[in-house]
Design a protein around this ligand. Structure first.
Ligand SMILES: NC(=O)C1=CN([C@@H]2O[C@H](COP(=O)(O)OP(=O)(O)OC[C@H]3O[C@@H](n4cnc5c(N)ncnc54)[C@H](O)[C@@H]3O)[C@@H](O)[C@H]2O)[C@@H](O)CC1
Ligand SMILES: [K+]
Length: 511
């Protein structure tokens, strides 16, 4: 999926919140069956794009409203001349509410409907002859793993190799977490309603959905005001208000001064990648603070980034006594151990906007609580940027799906968290969380994380707050990765930011 950064709102609703959106709409005077009619028609629009006229379509329907959408689609597609078979996993007698109404309205001849065990028997033959399968087994109401006969149906669908259009979510995918419960349908396309759910963006759900289409079915955006979603798609609509626009009268000193701590002579590259990225991200000045033994190697590689020698026990305190340093990055290539812990302590005690990455995180594997207490002492935003391995080391007690873990870790630590991966989650201690989805696979390469940490530091230097800076940085990093394309190495990213920033600033300028 590519980023649509013009998306008007960045909200993602959990299945529970989506249920609330439905209820608020129904209370507002739109009947549930009318929403279901609209949902069914949206499925029809997606289906006709996937098959040619008169194609054979098998519609799998579960016991709830997801199946109800399937019945509506069955009626409309049959009326359009498609060959329709409907397979209900349970008996039609057990249908309730709008799903029952939709079933009664369907009007298909009895021989085109198979229920329960009978459906199981007919499935292999039906799968053989279909051009498209529509999956209306379970959507938002999935509440347990797929097992037994239902699992067998789903596995047979996947094994058939036939294209699948999923209604709302591929059955078996949890809409809140993207996790697969037992087994899950692998869809080519998924039509969801009103807005996306976290499960569409988090892996493995993202992959199982195929292309996601969001259809409007009559739910008004006002419901967001009642629901107050705390989960977002990481897109410019989320953080545009916090973008550090350059002022005509500004100069380099009004754009902040970032400090990046370099490792010793044999591991300086990571910090330089971070420093270059901080500068590209708009920091007015960037200083690389280098141990004495690494001065020469750093000096040989720097031009616009400044260099400062850091020596002696109180070096960090002394450096940060200069209030002009507005943000700090420590960790890339810095080394693991007591020295790193005391540098981190000195930085956080100096209350400077700080990014703690790589070795700065691993150094606290044995004493994460100490790190969290230092973060809470710091009077400025702190951003932690762990990958899954680092996360497990400093949050060993935090379990669950990725979104829940990132949220809990942010709350525990008091820091904004960037939990990295193909579906990076950014979480704030105040409960907000964003899921990123613009990162190409070739971004997973040596040094890429150092660049991300550097971009975040550059934005913090300009006074952007923690959560917004983290979201902006992750998005910029992904876009830069897309511009560079396959074959990317970390050095390519900072130069590519120029193009990303140009497009973004032009767009923001247009309003
Ligand atoms: N008015 C509404 O609420 C609307 C709902 N819509 C559709 O309704 C769906 C949600 O409907 P529901 O809340 O009825 O939920 P679902 O239709 O997703 O499923 C709920 C049913 O499945 C059963 N179930 C859950 N997990 C199971 C498992 N692993 N094995 C066996 N049975 C399982 C539950 O016991 C329940 O009977 C949405 O995904 C969407 O497709 C749309 O029609 C739009 C309007
Ligand atoms: K489904």
């Amino acid at each position: 999926m590519t980023t649509d950064w013009r998306s008007p709102h960045p909200f993602l609703l959990s299945p529970t919140e989506m249920g609330r959106a439905d209820r608020l709409t129904i209370e507002g005077g739109i009947a549930g069956i009318e929403l279901m009619e609209q949902a069914g028609r949206a499925v029809v629009r997606a289906a006709v794009e996937l098959v040619s006229a008169g194609a054979q379509i098998l519609i799998l329907c579960g016991p709830g409203n997801n199946g109800g959408d399937g019945f509506i689609a069955a009626r409309c597609l049959a009326a359009m001349g498609y060959g329709i078979d409907v397979l209900l996993i349970s008996s039609a007698d057990r249908l309730k509410g709008d799903a029952r109404l939709a079933f009664e309205r369907m009007g298909l001849p009895a021989e085109r409907i198979a229920e329960g065990q009978e459906g199981q028997k007919r499935l292999p033959m039906l799968l053989d002859s279909v051009d498209l399968i529509i999956d209306g087994l379970f959507g938002a109401g999935l509440d347990r793993p797929l097992e037994g006969e239902i699992k067998q149906i789903v596995d047979a669908v996947n094994d058939s190799g036939k294209p699948v259009l999923a209604i709302d979510l591929p059955s078996g995918v949890n809409g809140a977490s993207g996790q697969k419960l037992g087994s899950a349908v692998r869809a080519q396309r998924t039509v969801t309603f009103f807005c996306e759910k976290p499960g569409h963006l988090l892996f493995p759900g993202r992959e199982l959905c195929g292309a996601v289409v969001v259809a409007q079915i009559g739910i008004r955006p006002d419901v967001f005001g009642d629901i107050r979603p705390q989960t977002f798609e990481n897109a410019p609509a989320l953080w545009r208000h916090a973008w550090p626009m350059a002022s005509q009268q500004g100069h380099k000193y009004t754009k902040g001064h970032a400090v990046v701590f370099s490792g010793s002579v044999s591991s300086t590259g990571a910090a330089r990648l971070g420093a270059a990225a901080a500068l590209r991200a708009g920091a007015g000045l960037v200083t690389l603070a280098s141990p004495p033994d690494a001065m020469m190697v750093n000096a040989c590689h720097l031009t616009a980034v400044m260099l400062k020698k850091l020596a002696g026990e109180k070096a960090v305190q002394d450096l940060l006594s200069d209030e002009r340093y507005s943000s700090v990055l420590i960790g890339p290539g810095f080394g693991i151990g007591a020295g790193t812990r005391s540098s981190v302590e000195a930085i956080l005690r100096a209350s400077r906007a700080t990014v703690l990455d790589a070795d700065a995180l691993t150094s606290f594997s044995e004493t994460p609580e100490h790190l969290f207490s230092l973060v809470k002492l710091c009077d400025a935003p702190v951003v932690l940027t762990p990958h899954e391995g680092e996360f497990a080391r400093i949050f060993p007690q935090v379990e669950g799906d990725k979104l829940a873990r990132a949220r809990l870790a942010a709350r525990l630590s008091g820091a904004t968290l960037i939990l990295k991966g193909a579906d990076t989650v950014i979480a704030s201690p105040d409960g907000r969380a964003a899921i990123n989805h613009n990162a190409p696979p070739w971004l997973a390469t040596a040094g890429s994380g150092d660049v991300l940490a550097g971009i975040t530091t550059g934005l913090l230097a300009q006074g952007v707050s923690g959560f917004e800076a983290a979201c902006q940085a992750v998005w910029l990093h992904g876009e830069a990765g897309n511009i560079v394309g396959p074959g990317l190495i970390a050095e390519d990213l900072a130069p590519a930011l120029k193009e990303v920033l140009r497009a973004l600033v032009d767009k923001f300028g247009e309003g």
